[in-house]
Ligand binder design. Structure first.
Ligand SMILES: C[S@@+](CC[C@H](N)C(=O)[O-])C[C@H]1O[C@@H](n2cnc3c(N)ncnc32)[C@H](O)[C@@H]1O
Length: 239
């Protein structure tokens, strides 16, 4: 069931991006189909107890389409018995720096979607509000170390007890595997129509220590799939 169900989810979640053109559609299909963090989020219910999600560096909103597709299929009785309960998103807010991605999101979700709002903004400056969960998937390394630390502290302050911060970082202590991830990141960034900027890495132990000192319980998992990369998911819960 699981394999066929993932296909169904990918079809369902990618469909809305057709409105944004070929790139938007195929990017969503590739990302949702092959990036294991999206599968893990549903299988393990990492955002299931979080109706209000804030996604920083949201890109075109692939994560939100994924959560909505899961909710819709589950409402039709389609949900694998061995997965955690499905997500129940009620307010999904994305913050994205690049106009191109915000435009793709607007075409995919429309201007008046009842659940999804993707705004153009800088995550290091934007008001975070009071979400149940905050996600940053592959975007933290675009801002310098000082702004990373300031943002992490604001994220902690914005979340309630039990709130979730879910992120994925590259582990800078992983040598050539980390470099390989950076190179892929640069190619994808360029393909998405963005100029290349400096990236700010840290070793996994440093990410962990900082998050723990802020009051998070941190569970880290390798998210490189079968690729020789150093992508690590950090699932952080406010103690
Ligand atoms: C590698 S992409 C990942 C996009 C999305 N999270 C996903 O998983 O498909 C990183 C995104 O972070 C955005 N970004 C970088 N710095 C940002 C900032 N300061 N504020 C908001 N978005 C930012 C980039 O424009 C880009 O869309």
């Amino acid at each position: 069931m699981s394999h066929a169900f993932v296909h169904e989810l990918v079809d369902h979640a990618s469909e809305r991006f057709r409105a944004g053109g070929r790139f938007a559609y195929h990017y969503a299909r590739g990302k949702l189909g092959y990036d294991t963090i999206f599968h893990d989020i549903l299988r393990r219910g990492l955002l299931s107890g979080a109706p209000r999600v804030l996604d920083l560096g949201s890109g075109q909103g692939s994560l939100f389409s994924w959560l909505l597709a899961a909710q819709q299929l589950a409402a039709r009785g389609r949900w694998p018995a061995d997965w955690a309960p499905p997500p129940t998103p009620r307010a999904l807010r994305g913050i994205e720096l690049m106009d191109k991605d915000v435009d793709r999101a607007a075409q995919a979700f429309g201007a008046t979607h009842p659940v999804v709002r993707i705004e153009r903004g800088d995550m290091t400056r934007t008001e975070l509000g009071r979400p149940d969960a905050i996600t940053i998937l592959d975007a933290l390394h675009y801002v310098d170390h000082q702004r990373q630390s300031e943002l992490l502290a604001r994220i902690r302050a914005a979340l309630p007890a039990g709130g979730v911060f879910l992120t994925r970082i590259g582990d800078a202590s992983a040598g050539w595997r980390y470099q390989m991830g950076l190179n892929i990141d640069r190619v994808v960034t360029f393909a998405r129509g963005h100029r290349l900027s400096r990236l700010y890495a840290r070793p996994l132990a440093e990410w962990r220590a900082e998050l723990e000192s802020l009051g998070f319980e941190v569970d880290s998992r390798d998210m490189s799939g079968n690729k020789p990369l150093a992508n690590v998911m950090l699932y952080c819960r406010v103690r």
